[in-house]
Design a protein around this ligand. Structure first.
Ligand SMILES: Nc1ncnc2c1ncn2[C@@H]1O[C@H](COP(=O)(O)OP(=O)(O)OP(=O)(O)O)[C@@H](O)[C@H]1O
Length: 257
């Protein structure tokens, strides 16, 4: 563990992360400190570098530069140890979708080395909590987008990780399930867990998160508590203020009927 981390025990500590795809710099020296026990939102426009940052932070995509620690464990030097601490809901990664929902969550638990009895009881709890019990036997390939999101979330929760990294967990999810997921996550944070969530829904982030970072063009534009970042405005207005890009011109005149 580095000296810095001993004085600042962050759940996730990101230092100078950098990633380039060809000529495109997707993530440009991003540094963030996610305090332990925080509910941390990551927001930014399309193509800002959120998914790339989260993928590099969770051992899914090797950075070109920079380092990441999860509770002091270096993600790219001690990857297996770091992954034990993490529950990850990646965006757009293929699942083993020829398994049923129940099988997928069960195997996620067994692959984590959990005993079958605990896995069986947690799978039932998770399917109930996420309103998937009646579709437990359906193949994941036949799930809707929202159901797929929820079964991937269940797979990320089964081993009760210390840090949850969720890329767009509410996308395509119905309002009742979204409220249930929010309750599960709030309860998890109250019990000492840490959640990092990317979202495009500013209102949701403002209500749910205690910390937020705004990134655009691979750079951190603002980070801190939600109140610090929004500086007396709504998070949405502050986001537009920071990121810019609203089109006030004539627009698509040919589309007007
Ligand atoms: N595998 C890849 N190959 C080439 N370019 C990529 C790849 N992945 C991401 N990019 C580029 O990197 C930039 C950041 O993409 P990223 O997916 O991290 O953005 P994002 O903030 O998650 O966007 P969104 O909100 O639309 O999901 C974009 O310009 C994207 O085109």
């Amino acid at each position: 563990m580095s000296e810095n981390l001993q004085t600042a025990p962050a759940a996730l500590s990101i230092r100078g992360l950098f990633k380039r795809f060809g000529d495109k710099v997707a993530v440009n020296q991003v540094s963030l400190e996610v305090p332990s026990g925080s509910f941390y939102g990551l927001v930014g426009p399309n193509g800002a570098g959120k998914t790339t940052t989260l993928s590099m932070s969770t051992g899914l995509l090797r950075p070109d530069g920079g380092e990441v620690w999860v509770h002091g464990v270096n993600v790219w030097q001690d990857t297996l140890q770091a992954k034990k601490l993490l529950g990850v809901l990646p965006d757009g990664v293929r699942l083993f979708d020829r398994l049923s929902g129940e099988q997928l969550v069960t195997y996620s638990g067994l692959l984590r080395g959990m005993d079958r009895e605990t896995v069986t009881s947690r799978v039932k709890d998770l399917l109930d909590a996420l309103d998937l019990s009646k579709d437990a036997g359906t193949l994941v390939v036949d799930y809707s987008a929202g159901m797929t999101k929820k079964i991937a979330l269940a797979s990320a929760l089964i081993h009760a990780p210390r840090v949850l990294v969720l890329d767009e967990p509410f996308e395509s999810v119905d309002p009742i399930s979204a409220a249930n997921i929010r309750d599960i996550l709030s309860d998890y944070v109250r019990s000492g867990g840490t959640v990092i969530v990317s979202s495009h829904v500013m209102d949701l982030v403002q209500r749910m998160c205690d910390h937020v970072a705004v990134i655009a063009g691979g750079n951190v534009l603002a980070a801190g508590t939600v109140d610090q970042v929004r500086a007396g405005m709504s998070l949405e207005d502050r986001f537009v203020d920071l990121v810019g890009g609203r089109n006030h011109g004539e627009g698509l005149s040919w589309l007007r009927t």
